[in-house]
Design a protein around this ligand. Structure first.
Ligand SMILES: C[S@@+](CC[C@H](N)C(=O)[O-])C[C@H]1O[C@@H](n2cnc3c(N)ncnc32)[C@H](O)[C@@H]1O
Length: 405
């Protein structure tokens, strides 16, 4: 049965919404046709298109599960990302002037994860998960990637062929670094000696900087590293990195502006230290993260750098062992950039802490709003909220917020 629906708005996951129905790849004001009565259904026809509808850039758009919104004009799409942040703050009664979304796509994503699996027949498929399914679709190119990843797909195919006999799906994560491509395999299990030798040859033939299997080194031509300002940081396999180089720079600039002239600051959930290393040009920093390898990489980068104020790098699980009042004593500012779960326990302690400023960086507006409400209940004032888009054409949005007493 065919039904005609009018889309009222684009929902927080990027689908067009008509009452209780969700219609992917549609826009507000559009009149569309869908088949059947499923709550979520693809449009079989767009009868009245929106003036904001544009031609998607990628030929896999709609079948690949990676992008949701290539069909939307950039200005409206960025305004929607700002609205996502506003919608997350509203249930907590939070008032803030929310800035325009900063487009931080830059040259594109610097990390990609391809999946590899045998197809229905004997074909090896290397690509991305298809939209709304566990199936894989083979791809030849992806326009959201940094051109430095141009050779990544060929390298992923070469490595997947070596492990073709594996029945489990293989995840091939590739990061563009200043030393070349850094490949980390997940799902291959323990490698046989023959597989290891073949992977070594494939990695060399593809000119990879490094190939690791679950963190275990298979080959290395050059230690993969990135430059953070003037400081070289060697990357542990699979370590967290902001999705785009521009995203890292934009978030860092907002963090530095938020921290201002603090003499001493903490950078909580610091990763390999993109904020800490930049802050340390004028601020002493206590940098904390649960990932011991990230902290070791940051500490090594600090040893190799000159002209920085002291950085103390500490491995610590901030969910189980948050920074307590005594740890926060003497700090002028605290930056926190937690994973999607947010920093609930840490926020409760920060709420009562005697610090001048707090800068929150978040990849999840919902948990940010919860933690911000905790800070505000403790007497903090939410000053600025800036949405940042480094996940172009997806429903993800990041933000940087500043708080003062
Ligand atoms: C969103 S990333 C931010 C990293 C860094 N600020 C950056 O910009 O690259 C979140 C970081 O939180 C760390 N993390 C996750 N759970 C944690 C925990 N329980 N305690 C401390 N750090 C944690 C991760 O290792 C990761 O580095």
């Amino acid at each position: 049965m065919t039904e005609r629906l009018t889309i009222s708005h684009v929902g927080h996951r990027g689908d067009g919404v008509a009452g209780h129905r969700f219609v992917p790849f549609t826009l507000a004001g559009e009149v569309v046709e869908v088949e059947g009565r499923d709550e979520r259904a693809l449009p079989s026809a767009i009868l009245v298109p929106s003036a904001e509808r544009i031609q998607p850039e990628c030929r896999y758009f709609g079948s690949c599960g990676g992008c949701a919104l290539q069909h939307w004009a950039p200005a409206s799409y960025l305004a929607w990302k700002r609205d996502l942040v506003a919608a997350a703050l509203r249930p907590h009664g939070l008032q803030a002037d929310i800035a325009e979304t900063i487009d931080a796509h830059g040259a594109g994503r610097r990390r990609v994860t391809f999946h590899a699996r045998r197809g229905q027949g004997t074909n090896l498929v290397v690509g991305f998960a298809a939209a709304r399914s566990h199936a894989l679709i083979a791809i030849d190119a992806c326009p959201i990637l940094d051109p430095k990843l141009d050779r990544a797909l060929a390298a992923a195919r070469a490595v997947a062929r070596v492990l073709e006999s594996a029945t489990k799906p293989l995840d091939i994560q590739i990061t563009a670094t200043d030393s070349g491509l850094d490949m980390e395999l997940r799902g291959a299990g323990k490698l046989s000696e023959r597989q290891r030798l073949e992977l070594l040859a494939a990695g060399n033939a593809q000119g990879l900087a490094r190939l690791t299997n679950h963190g275990d080194l298979v080959m290395q031509r050059e230690p993969p590293s990135i430059q953070i300002d003037a400081i070289r940081v060697q990357l542990p396999p699979g370590v967290f990195l902001q999705a785009t180089t521009k995203g890292e720079e934009v978030l860092s600039r907002l963090v530095l502006d938020g921290v201002g002239k603090a003499k001493k600051a903490a950078d909580l959930f610091c990763g390999v230290g993109p904020f800490a290393l930049r802050l340390a040009t004028q601020t002493r920093v206590h940098a904390v993260d649960a990932d011991g390898q990230a902290i070791a990489a940051l500490a090594a980068a600090v040893r190799g750098a000159s002209g920085l104020k002291p950085i103390v790098a500490e491995t610590r699980d901030l969910f189980r062992r948050p920074m307590m009042a005594a740890d926060l004593k003497g700090l002028d500012a605290v930056v926190f950039d937690p994973p999607r779960a947010g920093a609930e326990t840490q926020a409760k302690i920060l709420a009562k802490a005697d610090i001048g400023r707090i800068v929150a960086v978040s990849c999840n507006p919902a948990t940010f709003a919860r933690d911000a409400a905790t800070l505000i209940a403790g007497g903090w004032k939410l000053e600025t909220v800036t949405p940042v888009d480094q996940f172009r054409w997806s429903a993800h949005v990041e933000l940087v917020a500043t708080f003062s007493r």
